[in-house]
Design a protein around this ligand. Structure first.
Ligand SMILES: NC(=O)c1ccc[n+]([C@@H]2O[C@H](COP(=O)([O-])OP(=O)(O)OC[C@H]3O[C@@H](n4cnc5c(N)ncnc54)[C@H](O)[C@@H]3O)[C@@H](O)[C@H]2O)c1
Length: 237
């Protein structure tokens, strides 16, 4: 398949996990991929190292892409962070950081790309989570950010659909990536709640998520707009 031939995609979170796998997948299908991450990125056509909490850096980064390639066809907002915290212990700093990367970063990346996506009749694929579709213990900030991504996706899809662009999101369940290290259960909590998060039979590999991102980012999904595609092996079925 060469679904991304002559297309330029921006992928945030491209240095690791699902973003890295999606970068490889789109490139393997002929796409030119610009990776954005706070960490160094390998195996990409252009790497832009930036912290999505630095909102002033977003528009210049998008301009850099347009100056280099003249177009943007796909934006995959994949960068994300999270943690477990007891509600009583959550801090404003951590709350703002999680909402800032996962939700605010997703919106302002999208806003900066919109004019170019209107021009190319392109699309956006956001990253929610089953923590945004269903309960996940000790995850109020993370779940709120991912629920926000779902609402944002649906709203932007409906607002901008008539202009010819599509906005969808993927809600992964458990995926074997580095993000797991950020989710350490707080002390003195009821650990039986972990059962809510257990994958159906096995966690996903990042490449299995990349396949779903590639589908929604491609013309194969030309009539998908505003959808939340759960990719969780049936955990929340
Ligand atoms: N792995 C899972 O089980 C799982 C489940 C549901 C949803 N998700 C979501 O999938 C997405 C990808 O996560 P992953 O599992 O690949 O984790 P990961 O930690 O491997 O990758 C996340 C990437 O985002 C980047 N990033 C984080 N904060 C950033 C910032 N401020 N600015 C720029 N880049 C930043 C990191 O450097 C990293 O490269 C996230 O949005 C995550 O919430 C993951």
């Amino acid at each position: 398949m060469n679904r991304f031939e002559n297309k330029v995609a921006i992928i945030t979170g491209a240095a690791s996990g699902i973003g890295e796998a999606t970068t490889a997948r789109l490139r393997s299908e002929g796409g030119t991929v610009v990776g954005i991450d706070r960490d160094p990125i390998n195996d990409v056509d252009m790497a832009i190292q930036l912290d999505l909490l630095d909102l002033d850096a977003i528009k210049p980064a998008v301009s850099q892409v347009v100056n280099a390639y003249g177009r943007i066809d796909v934006l995959c907002n994949i960068a994300g962070i999270g943690h477990f915290a007891r509600d009583e212990d959550e801090t404003l700093e951590a709350w703002n950081r999680i909402i800032g990367v996962n939700l605010t970063g997703t919106f302002f990346m999208s806003q900066a790309c919109l004019p170019h996506l209107f021009e190319s009749q392109g699309c956006i694929v956001n990253t929610a989570s089953t923590a945004g579709t269903n309960a996940q213990p000790w995850s109020s900030a993370y779940s709120a950010s991912k629920g926000g991504v779902i609402a944002l996706t649906q709203t932007m899809a409906s607002t901008n659909g008539r202009s010819g662009i599509r906005v969808n999101c993927i809600a992964p369940g458990g995926v074997e990536t580095e993000i797991y290290k950020q989710f350490m259960p707080p002390e003195d909590v009821d650990l039986t709640l972990i059962a809510i998060m257990e994958p159906f039979h096995r966690p996903a590999q990042a490449s299995e998520l990349a396949a779903a991102f590639a589908f929604l980012a491609s013309d194969d999904a030309s009539y998908c707009n505003g959808i939340v595609l759960r990719v969780d092996g049936g955990t929340k079925a």
